[in-house]
Write a protein that binds this ligand. Structure first.
Ligand SMILES: C[S@@+](CC[C@H](N)C(=O)[O-])C[C@H]1O[C@@H](n2cnc3c(N)ncnc32)[C@H](O)[C@@H]1O
Length: 273
């Protein structure tokens, strides 16, 4: 199947064919399935069901991660005056997408979405076709210079001014051998003082270990990390209170229930002074 993909050298309506792999479970489409979305295929659902059998609360984890992302963006746009967002590992559109949350708090907020999944890119482009303050880029987190140097990204975001870089539920798809710390450091170095880094990441916890095997046949592996390892991504930054915590505990805007404490996703925001 072919998915439309924008030719990076052309205007916003230009499309070129991109390859949609129907045989490999996609981590983007599996996440969509956990969230109750419809943009997934039998191959994704079969793999996601295996994960759910091993970790029955994975749907709650996906929902909680999404809620954390929403609270983080609302906090940055509403309370910190951030008007520029670089969201890498966008995911399939769902409720409360980054530009919607950010532009609700600050109508002139600008958002660049980056993902390496053709279906995510096709949906994002369709959703954002008439939103002039957004841009969708086909890019890979493992090539930070490609993202940072992209002229369209530079056309929307001014890295001389504070920016928020969002790496939510993506770093756990990067192997240690791909040096995720160096990747994050590249973005932090490119950020102007006053910028923020948002991360959420699956924890290395016995509740999740059995489910990781299913991801070995997916589009990316699941690489769990400890609290100390996740906190290490924020080295050199000042952590916004309450620090790196399970995402339901990060500035909740309602009561936290016992079930929420089973969510083994860590999240936090770092501030570059
Ligand atoms: C679990 S979803 C998270 C979506 C969203 N950030 C959130 O937190 O709700 C992970 C997304 O990262 C994308 N992704 C995985 N590895 C990537 C990579 N190396 N470069 C760019 N995107 C990647 C997937 O295609 C998917 O859309």
């Amino acid at each position: 199947m072919e998915a439309p993909e924008r030719d990076p050298g052309q205007g916003s309506q230009a499309v070129v064919p991109g390859h949609l792999d129907l045989d490999t479970p996609s981590v983007a489409r599996m996440y969509d399935y956990y969230l109750g979305g419809k943009d997934n295929l039998p191959v994704d659902r079969e793999c996601a069901e295996e994960v759910i059998r091993k970790t029955p609360h994975v749907r709650l984890m996906a929902r909680s991660n999404r809620d954390f992302l929403g609270r983080a963006v609302r906090f940055l746009a509403g309370e910190c005056g951030i008007t520029q967002f670089l969201d890498i590992g966008t995911g399939l559109p769902t409720q409360g997408n980054v530009h919607q949350v950010a532009q609700q708090a600050c109508p002139r907020a600008r958002v660049v979405y980056v993902d390496n999944d053709p279906l995510v890119l096709a949906h994002a482009r369709a959703l954002l076709a008439d939103n002039p303050n957004t841009h969708v880029m086909a890019g890979d987190l493992r090539e930070p210079w490609h993202i940072l140097g992209d002229p369209h990204v530079r056309g929307v975001l001014n890295f001389g001014e504070p920016v928020a870089v969002l790496l939510c539920a993506i770093l756990h798809f990067i192997r240690d051998s791909e040096d995720p710390y160096a990747i994050v450091e590249t973005f932090v170095r490119a950020m102007a003082p006053g910028s923020y880094l948002v991360i959420s990441h699956a924890e290395l916890h016995r509740d999740l270990k059995a489910a990781t095997a299913a991801y070995d046949r997916a589009s990316a592996p699941a690489v769990l990390r400890t609290l100390v390892e996740v906190a290490g991504f924020f080295d050199g930054l000042q952590l916004v209170q309450p620090g790196v915590v399970y995402v339901p505990l990060w500035r909740p805007d309602g009561p936290v229930f016992t079930d929420d404490l089973r969510v083994r996703i860590l999240g936090g925001i770092g501030h570059k002074r």
